[in-house]
Write a protein that binds this ligand. Sequence first.
Ligand code: CA
Length: 224
Amino acid sequence: MRILVVEDEPTLSAQLVQAIADAGHTVERAHDGREAHYLGEVEEFDAVVLDLGLPVLDGLTVLRRWRAAGRNMPVLILTARSAWQEKVAGIDAGADDYLAKPFHMEELLARLRALLRRGGEHASAEWQCGSITLDTRQARVLVAGQALSLTSHEFKLLAQLMQRKGQVLSRTELSEHLYAFDSDRDSNTIEVFVGRLRKKLPSGSIETVRGLGYRLVDPGAVAP
Ligand code: CA
């Protein structure tokens, strides 16, 4: 696979390139945002590891520009530890996963493997809950026949809830599915995404079960 590593810190950049190359991939590197943006726009990559704090052009802007231009390769962002707002901003900008610095190289490689695997997945199923229909093949959601505009994270979150509708999913379970790995869980981000998803769905679709988590229900169904 061909991977782009964008990191301005020379030591970390060299370590990333070495580890990813050792894992059997071809690695290209960029050291600032402008170079990264150019490479990601004109060349094909199977995945990108993107630091957010970059000279010339910051990582969020680079990512937004790629997505706006229809570049949809999987992107793993590197964020500052504990800055959950930065994670939300990164995911909004189109990141597929994030990893907070400092991290273990093994974890980065594991997340990269997960992203590359997901990139090759071709699921096909249609799930229904009340007036909500989720088509996994086309990654599309309809409410009463009308297409709903969701971010990729809102879609993944709804897919988890729909797959197990009527059951309570804890924030931990949801974040595990959302981020592929269970370390660096951040329940704040789950709350933010559930809040946004709720506003787009028929009122009452996502129930909060105090102390336990969330449950997707059909608000139109008659209670037993
Ligand atoms: Ca940096």
